[in-house]
Design a protein around this ligand. Structure first.
Ligand SMILES: [Fe+2]
Length: 208
C-alpha cells in the first residue's frame, strides 16, 4: 500500500510501504511483498505519466517547481484574504476599499493558473488541494471576527510586500537554471504585487 502522507521533495513524492507499520516485528509474506511491489510499480508508472519533456533537467525541474509551488500557495492565501477583507469591510471608505480589494483579488487570482502551468511546463507537479496550500503557505490567514478597514489595508500591504520577497527568491532559483520564461513572468508578477502594495499604502494613509 502506498503511503499517501509520504514526504514530498520538490515535486517527487517519496514512495514508502506501510507494511512494516501494520505488522511490526513480523516478516511480510511473499504474497504481501508481491502486492507491495505491484503497488509501488503502479504508483511509479502513474508519476511517470505526468512527465513533461523539458531541456532544463531534473534538478532544475525539482527546484523551480518547489519555488513556484511555494509562491502559488502564498498567492492563493493572499487571494482568499483579499476576498475575505472585501466581504467583511466596514466604514466610511467602504465603496472605495471594497472595489479596490475586488480588483486586487481578480489580479491575484489571474496569476494562479499561470504559476501552476509553469510548473507543469518545466516537468514538475504542483498544488493538489486546500490542505496542500495550508501545509506550505508562508503568509498567515486572518480568521478574526472583526478587523478595522485600516488594519485590513495595512495587513494586505505587508502580505503583498512579503509576496514580492518570495517572488524575488523564486526568480533567483529560475535565473540559476536559465529558465528565462519563468523569470520574465515573475518580473511581471513582481510589478503587479508592488502596484498593489503602493495602492494599499496610499489608500491606508487616510486612516492614519
Ligand atoms: Fe464581490
Amino acid at each position: 500500500m502506498i503511503d499517501i502522507e509520504a514526504p514530498i521533495v520538490g515535486d517527487i513524492r517519496l514512495i514508502t510501504c506501510r507494511a512494516d507499520k501494520n505488522v511490526r516485528g513480523l516478516k511480510p509474506s511473499p504474497r504481501t511483498m508481491e502486492a507491495i511491489m505491484n503497488d509501488s510499480l503502479l504508483a511509479t508508472r502513474k508519476i511517470a505519466a505526468l512527465f513533461t519533456p523539458t531541456d532544463l533537467g531534473a534538478e532544475a525541474s525539482r527546484d523551480i517547481s518547489a519555488a513556484l509551488t511555494g509562491v502559488l500557495a502564498d498567492t492563493f492565501a493572499l487571494y482568499v484574504k483579499t476576498k475575505n477583507f472585501h466581504w467583511h469591510l466596514s466604514g466610511p471608505h467602504f465603496r472605495d476599499y471594497h472595489l479596490m480589494l475586488d480588483e486586487q483579488a481578480d489580479q491575484i487570482f489571474a496569476t494562479t493558473d499561470a504559476i501552476a502551468e509553469r510548473v507543469r511546463k518545466v516537468g514538475g507537479t504542483t498544488l493538489r488541494s486546500i490542505g496542500h496550500i495550508h501545509r506550505i503557505q508562508r503568509l498567515l490567514d486572518n480568521d478574526a471576527d472583526y478587523v478595522t478597514a485600516g488594519d485590513m489595508l495595512a495587513e494586505l500591504r505587508e502580505d503583498n510586500r512579503q509576496l514580492t520577497t518570495f517572488l524575488r527568491q523564486a526568480h533567483v532559483v529560475c535565473e540559476a537554471y536559465n529558465d528565462v520564461a519563468t523569470t520574465s513572468l515573475i518580473e511581471v508578477w513582481i510589478d503587479e504585487t508592488e502596484r498593489r502594495t503602493w495602492f494599499l499604502y496610499e489608500a491606508g494613509r487616510a486612516d492614519r
